[in-house]
Structures are given as C-alpha cells and as structure tokens.
Write a protein that binds this ligand. Sequence first.
Ligand SMILES: *Cc1c(COP(=O)(O)O)cnc(C)c1O
Length: 427
Amino acid sequence: MTDSHGFDTVQIHAGANPDPATGARQVPIYQTTAYVFRDAEHAAKLFNLQEVGYIYSRLTNPTVAALQDRMAALEGGAGAVCCSSGHAAQIMALFPLMGPGRNIVASTRLYGGTVTQFSQTIKRFGWSCTFVDFDDTDAVKAAIDDDTRAVFCESIANPGGYITDLDAIAAIADEAGLPLIVDNTSATPYLCRPIEHGATLVVHSMTKFLTGNGTVMGGVIVDSGKFDWSASDKFPSLSEPEPAYHGLRFHETFGALAFTFHGIAIGLRDLGMTLNPQAAHYTLMGIETLSLRMQKHVENAMEVAGWLENHDAVEAVTYAGLPSSPYHDRVDKICPKGAGGLFTVSLKGGYDACVKFVDALEIFSHVANLGDTRSLVIHSASTTHRQLTPEQQEAAGAGPNVVRISIGIEDPKDLIADLDQALKKAS
Ligand SMILES: *Cc1c(COP(=O)(O)O)cnc(C)c1O
C-alpha cells in the first residue's frame, strides 16, 4: 500500500497480498509454531538478525505480520508489533524505554485498567507514574524530571469523551526529548491519527473497535519511526550495544524500524506477550469494515447522546460530539470525523437508579467491554471501580450516578426505545 491510497482501501488491502504459496485471497491462518530453515547458514543468519524471516511464532508469524503491516499503514507509522492484549501492548511499549528508577508522566483521564497498571503493577519493575491533568500544560511540564522516559495519554479518553490536545502535549514531550505514547483505542485510526499530531508511539487494545465484534483479545504498538533514540543517553536499549545480539545497536542498525525490531527481537522473545494467529485473523477481518462501523458508531452516538441529554431523568451526558461538551472545540482538530461511540451518562436518581437502569435494559448488555457492534453499558461504581474510594471514583469519571455507554451499530430508534423503557423503570 502506498500513501496515495485512501483509508477504505488500506483497511482491506494493507499487508494482505495473495498468499505466495497457494494464491489464497484471504490472509490464511498460519497455525504453526516453527518454520523450516533452508539450511544451517540461513538459520544462523536469522538468529543473528542479519536476515529477516520466520523462526518461531513467539516472535513472528505470517498472519500476525499481515496485521502488523496493516496497522502500521492505517496509523501512518514505520512499523508495528502485535501483542496478546492492549495491556500487554502498554508494557511492551514502555519496556525498551524504562529501567528501575525511571518514570512516566500520564494523564489522569485513562482507562481504569491502565490507571491500575501504572499506579500499582509497574512498581514491581521499579518504574513509577506521575498522573497529571493534561489540560494543565504547565503541570505536565512540571511533572517531567530527569528520570522521565515517556509521556502517555489517550486520544479520546475512555470513558468520558475527553479529547486530549495532542499537538500541545507532543510539543512538551518534544521539548523534553521524550517520546509521546498515545492510546488510540477509543478513536481508532479512522477518527484520529496521533502520529500526525506528533505522537512517537501509538498503542491500541485491538480487542475493542478494531476487531469490532467482541471475539478476541489483542494489542498493537505502532512506531512512527520518527524519534531519534540516539539524541541523548536516555534510551540505551535502543542506542547502545545489545549484549544478547553480539553488541548490535538497534537504532544505528535498523533506523526508523529500531523500536519495531527491538519489540520483536527482545520484547516478544523475552516477555512472550505474543498475539496468536487465530486472533490476528479475526482482527484483520474486523478491520476490513472499520471505517463503515466507525461512521455508524459516531452517527448513532450523536443521536442517542443528544436524546439522552434532553431526558428528564438525566443529569448530564459527556460526549464531545455534543455542543454542550467542554471538549467539543477539539473534535475538528483531533478527530474531525467524529468523537467516537463512547460516553457516560449520569442519572439524577444516583446509584440506585443506575443499578435499576442497567438491569432493565434489553438490547444493551451489561458487560466489561466496549467497542462492539452491540451496544454495551457498565455501571462502573458497582463493578470495575468498586474498590476505589468515592473521591477516586469521581476523579475517574465513574461516580456512583454514572453509567458508561458504548454505542453499537444497531438501529438508533431501537436503542432509544430501550433506553427510554429502562429509564422509566429506574425512576
Ligand atoms: C480495553 C482497553 C485497554 C486494555 O486493553 P485489553 O485488550 O483489555 O488488555 C487499554 N486502553 C483502553 C483505552 C481500553 O479501552
């Protein structure tokens, strides 16, 4: 695929040439663990990274490679590494940058699971995270210190329709000589292309809109290929000799593909957070219709959010597509095709009304997932955010009276009728 092809063409064709062995038009599921070497010399070259090819499916697999190529093309990056889940992708993105004592600066407005991963689990590696309000650019600058190795945010933040001013944050990261990592899960490359706004790395939970129908887990890191890893001594994994590969320097050897090669040759090899070829296949099939689905998600979300906002039982709706949102102005700049399919609604009846509301819904399913063709809801305060204090729940946009809604691609009239009957039962 070349840059001249449109998104609708790239989402179907990138990475998917007819199978060289059989001519199969759809990308086959290469259900194999290992690949026969041509001879001993070929094997040695592959293991030395002197020749690129398939060795063992923990590192590379042709079905997964097709998905990597497609995601790199859709995000406008140099290369991509697929992982077993979105959370795996976040660890894999940080792994080459970090070390004991190093920190990241991240937005307070993140997916709940990411807050837990960054505030608790990464401490086991000796890493830490400083959370700041990314609307306060002075606070972001002030949080960066000599041990900071990355800046992290979401383009459209889960759950509440918050849109990050990516250009402003990228300028701060750039000034500090740090990579900006953007989680683009809620927007997808159809609505937002973070690299065009200065992101160094883009991560995704492919589990959500990319696969699109709630079947498989997956994650990906797309590298812009634009960051100069050798400009400072902050990123020795990429700029200094690697003992496990006879002193090879990834940045000097692979240039714009340094991060991608490191992710596969070190990250997947040693952390083993590999995507399986079956999951890659489902995700490739999902991506073929990404633009069509995202258009419909946005159209439906606009209609449903607008209707909800005017309902008597509703206190507020946080959807950046609505003119009432404080982030409405950023839609044109950051995600001009729409603000996605995810928002929250708060009910005047509080916790009890929310619980009755989710129980009364018939088309919407109460699940811990989003970005499905089906419409989904979750009452965070009684589920995913149950362990947090009331203050933490409020800060996360998951107060007791808040329900998160992921709008599917059903007929919006049916969605509104379902919400209407459930709101009546709840109040
Ligand atoms: C779901 C999600 C993740 C985590 O992805 P998994 O595939 O569930 O591991 C990370 N970020 C965002 C924005 C998400 O919605």
